[in-house]
Design a protein. Structure first.
Length: 96
């Protein structure tokens, strides 16, 4: 059954791909930010500024947002794959 009859259009697939790429970029940014925030933490910095250290860890929890973004990107990828498979035009390539 062609993917057009399933409600998919080229524009839908492009939007899904764009959304997936956007979420992956967001995750990369969040990952880099968390790494930069945590890199400066040391036991000495905790001793001199415990509330600042606690705040840094709380801010670093944005990595949870990154996990959600990855789930959304994965869902978009599954929809793209499903629509292409249903079109009969693309066959999956076996992984090694």
């Amino acid at each position: 059954m062609p993917f057009f009859t399933l409600g998919y259009t080229a524009n839908n697939l492009i939007a899904l791909l764009s959304g997936m790429n956007s979420k992956i970029t967001d995750v990369q940014t969040q990952h880099n930010n968390v790494g930069q925030q945590i890199a400066g933490l040391t036991p000495a910095s905790y001793n001199t500024n415990p509330s600042g250290t606690t705040q840094t860890f709380q801010t670093a929890r944005t990595i949870k947002t990154g996990a959600n973004d990855l789930q959304i990107a994965f869902s978009d990828a599954k929809q793209i794959i499903q629509s292409l498979k249903s079109s009969g035009r693309v066959s999956p390539v076996p992984t090694q």
